[in-house]
Design a protein around this ligand. Structure first.
Ligand SMILES: C[S@@+](CC[C@H](N)C(=O)[O-])C[C@H]1O[C@@H](n2cnc3c(N)ncnc32)[C@H](O)[C@@H]1O
Length: 350
């Protein structure tokens, strides 16, 4: 019995992995959006027709989705619950979850190149996931930001929205495709915004979106070419889900301290990690997912230089963030009361 249970447990993981691939297809082929547009259950044949896809393939995909209980229905008709619409089909909903599934092929392709990393120790940066990897990251973070960054997060910081309205200098370090920065720049046209990222794919995407928005108060730079200023001239620096990905996070934290004005603010957003492996596995039901993503993405990025710090997805708990901030000369550290599924928010000040 124990052997059967163990095998079942193992193949349940494979079932999750393969179903994740089917979720990627549901998003990429527009199947979820078409189902959501129906507003009520429809026949699998109708779904195939609406999406212009081959009915036999849509049928087998649909049976996976119903068997996995992601989609409601039976052998012939399927539909989405309101929750499924939010998570699978509504890019504007804060709970939209397709970002990580968008980049699933790139994440899984890392299985090939990290084999060498296990031997050499050297990981791969975010550009190893290609342009679609950057889009997947963008789709992971932007829906929540669109709903909460301006109305909930910035007002939780002491005096920041007043400064932004009057005209402030802002940097977003590890800005990715620039979603957060462009939201802020659009809302606060009196302020100047600079995004920094080492990913060429993310910067290209950010610059395309900047052109579309037409904002004149935003620049994007690779910090290895144009680093942060060192003259204490910035009022606000943000880092969203990226310090744990960096090869040299302590140097970046020191650079943030040097760039900030004496009454400036660093908004650190990073994974809600706990202090030990035991706590993470006991209290985080997604711990296995996070340690796995770390190998394929976060820790790999953080090990992509020979002396990389290698923090990884769960590598920056509050205690370490506090310690490193204090070491860099910050004197004020406050955890914000912001409710987020995976992230913690900290206001850190000189
Ligand atoms: C998980 S992504 C988050 C991107 C973005 N902040 C967001 O929320 O969408 C991490 C980003 O950190 C960037 N990164 C890693 N090391 C960096 C460094 N030293 N300086 C700037 N960006 C860095 C990566 O290229 C990647 O775009």
């Amino acid at each position: 019995m124990a052997l059967k249970l163990y095998s079942f447990s193992l193949f349940s993981q494979l079932q999750g992995a393969v179903t994740a691939g089917m979720v990627h297809l549901g998003d990429a082929l527009g199947l979820y959006r078409a189902l959501a547009a129906c507003g009520e259950p429809t026949s699998i044949a109708d779904l195939a027709e609406r999406t212009g896809l081959h009915p036999r393939w849509v049928r087998e995909w649909a049976h996976n989705q119903v068997a996995a209980k992601l989609v409601e229905g039976d052998a012939e008709r399927i539909g989405l619950s309101p929750e499924a619409v939010a998570v699978l089909a509504d890019d504007d909903h804060p709970a939209f979850g397709m970002g990580m599934f968008h980049r699933l092929p790139q994440t899984m392709a890392a299985l090939e190149h990290v084999k060498d990393s296990f031997r050499t120790g050297l990981g791969h940066d975010y550009d190893s996931h290609g342009a679609e990897g950057a889009v997947g990251i963008e789709r992971s973070f932007e829906p929540w930001n669109r709903s909460f960054l301006l109305p909930a997060v910035l007002p939780a910081l002491h005096g920041v929205t007043t400064k932004l309205a009057a005209g402030a200098r802002v940097a977003d370090v590890g800005c990715g495709a620039g979603g957060a920065l462009l939201l802020m720049a659009d809302a606060y046209p009196q302020s100047q915004f600079t995004g920094y990222d080492v990913s060429a794919h993310a910067l290209a995407r950010a610059r395309t979106k900047l052109t579309e928005l037409g904002a004149g108060n935003v620049e994007f730079h690779d910090p290895r070419v144009s680093p942060l200023p060192t003259d204490g001239s910035l009022d606000l620096i943000t880092t969203f889900d990226c310090i744990h990905d960096m090869t040299h996070p302590r140097q970046v934290i020191e650079a943030i301290r040097d760039a900030l004005a004496p009454d400036g603010t660093w908004l650190l957003v990073d994974i809600k990690a706990l202090d030990s492996f035991e706590e993470n596995t006991a209290r985080n039901p997604m711990a296995a997912l996070m340690y796995g993503i770390s190998v394929l993405s976060c820790m790999s990025s953080a090990m992509s230089a020979p002396d990389g710090a290698g923090l990884g997805t769960l590598g920056l708990p509050e205690s370490l963030a506090r310690q490193w901030a204090a070491d860099a000369g910050f004197t004020r550290f406050r955890r914000l009361d912001i409710d987020h599924a995976t992230n913690a928010f900290y206001e850190i000040r000189p």
